[in-house]
Write a protein that binds this ligand. Sequence first.
Ligand SMILES: [Zn+2]
Length: 271
Amino acid sequence: MHSGEPCEARFAPSSQSAGVRFVRGGTSFLPDVHHLEAAARRATALEAGGQRLGTVEHFLSALCAMGMPAFDIEVDGPELPILDGSAAPVHAALCRAGLRPRFAFVELDQEIEVRAQGGEARLRPVSSEQIPRLTAQVELGPCAPRMESVCFRPTVDDFGLDIAPARTFCHLSEVESLRAQGLIRGGSLDCALVLSEDGPIPGQSYRLPQEPTRHKILDAIGDLSLLGGLPWAEIELFRPGHALIHEVVRQAAPHVRKTQRFADALKTDLG
Ligand SMILES: [Zn+2]
């Protein structure tokens, strides 16, 4: 997406690691707060041994919805392939491989509130009888702002239908400045939604209602999975971006209880 380099990712079942691990060359990149790159540039990157691996968030989102299974994901480029801009191809591949949708969750021992980059996040832990929710409020259109809100319930709603297909997006007015910053070199209409004031530009259309806001939830799930899973909490995000969620991850990491639990999608029973 950003480097414009061709890249391929191969999932290999891992007997060594307890969960997801990205491998490039001889370097392992663990998806956790210690490997999170400090400066977010419209994406999430991991750092290890002086190297960087970019655009991990869509893969992580699909993996979190599958319980963060033990995989070594071997990557031959500087970032993960953007595919169609969504998490649907990864989700579909994991389903075809026989994995069962079930979110990985972690518990927080306190409430977290973060403000950064014009956005706000509040994570309020809920009891095991309550249903965790992730609500995102997003402002669309830099010139004609309008708020959109989507609530996703990871134990009840269907990640594969409601969130995974939502593509990354940018505003038409941003395209030139992003290119000038050396970003989106691999970007095209095949892997991103481009929005004008009135919605998708001619030739494009939404795959599902409120697709940009759903993509923000997709990104947030991917970034929050750096905690080991999605926090079992009422999560409210206002104008979320990667920088905001990365700050949430940094502040929440010391408050994560190590117990990881899973919940089957479309059910509320906890395993
Ligand atoms: Zn994204």
